[in-house]
Structure formats: C-alpha cells, structure tokens
Design a protein around this ligand. Sequence first.
Ligand code: MP5
Length: 223
Amino acid sequence: MPFCANQLARLQPLHERMCAHPFLEATRDGTMPDDRFAVWMRQDYLFVEAAIPFISALLPKAPVRHWASLTGVIKALQDELTLFEERAAAVGITLGTVPPAFTTHAYIQFLMATAAYASYAECYTVLYAAEKAYFDSWMVVKAGIASDSTWMPFVENWAGDAFAGYVGHLERELDALASAAGPAELERMARAFELTVRYEIAFWEMAATGEQWPGIEPSDPAR
Ligand code: MP5
C-alpha cells in the first residue's frame, strides 16, 4: 500500500476525531460565536506566517524538481495572509496583536525543529499531513455551512478544487519520497505524520476552548 494511504488507514481513529471536532461542526452549523472563531483566525494567522519560513527552510533540502512547487506554496501562503487580513477587516477584528497560544507555539516549534533537523522526506510528511488535515477539516465545514456565511472564503480556500488538486500532488510526491526511503526513515516519517495529526486536533481544541498558557489564572490581568 502507498505510504500516505497506509498512514491514513493507521491513523483513521485520530483522523475521525479531528473531523468530528465541535469547532468544525459549530462553524458548519452557524452556531460558532464570532469571538470564538476570531481566536482561531488570530492563531492561524500566526501559524500561516510561520509556515513561510518553514517552507523556505525546505528549499535547500529539496530536489530541484520540487523548487517550483515549493515557491508556489510560499506565494499561496502570502495570499492566505491577505485572505485573513481581508476577513478580519470585514468583521472588525485585529490580527497580529496577540501572542501565540501554547498549542500554536508548540506546533510552530515542531515545524521549525523538523525543518532544522529532519530529512526532506520527514519535512514533506509534515507538510502533507497538515495540508490534508485542513482539506478534510474544511470539507466537514463545507458540507453544511450557509453559502452566505462570513467564513465562506476560508471554506473556498481549503475545501475547493484547487486545494484538492494541490493535496493530491503532495500525496503523489510524498509516496514517491517514501518509496525511496529506508526502514528507519519510514519510521520517522510515520511518527512525524502522527504528531502532525495530533497537533491538528490540538489546534481545533485550542481555538474551541480559548486555551490559556500553563500558569495563567482567570484572575490574572488580560495579556
Ligand atoms: C493549515 C493551517 C493549512 N493553515 N493551519 C493549521 C493549524 N494546519 C494546517 O496550511 P496552509 O499552508 O495554510 O494551507
């Protein structure tokens, strides 16, 4: 079985938990309070910002045949930042003024550590697993969200045909990288895949609960 299909089968229970997350269901059903959705927007804006140096750090490790697609990803991430800014302006919220939440911070550090210390195939595994997670998550939202929802542009970004094609491309390339990897690297790739899915669940959870950093008490002054 190709690497991606194998990992998706192995991680199916986790994947189902991610797709059934109350954050996604409430966004789909139109019951997500705007201020809670704004938590996700502010945190994901930070994540997308950090994804640009992550992808940039992959270029020196990448085969030359991947350079064009990776630079395309950087451009797409920049367009995504503009999408966030445009949606934030539409609903009157500010971006870039809050620090990363604990989970956002951890996920970004995981990206940076992977880029610094892991092989290209492991880095590509994280990229694929994160993009696939967003595609599948936003497909859940797409299945029921009102067509005039304020959040529709996010659905169109991550659950549209262009993104589906991009995720399919990543899958084929990752399967090719995996078929050239030895057993030890394949094991590290499988671990990176699973960690990424767990971070994705944690990210929805962080947004849904308005997670605080350890050590913060409700009585502390707002930060
Ligand atoms: C993505 C994202 C998708 N924006 N945020 C998280 C937490 N996971 C995955 O990545 P991209 O690069 O924005 O399509």
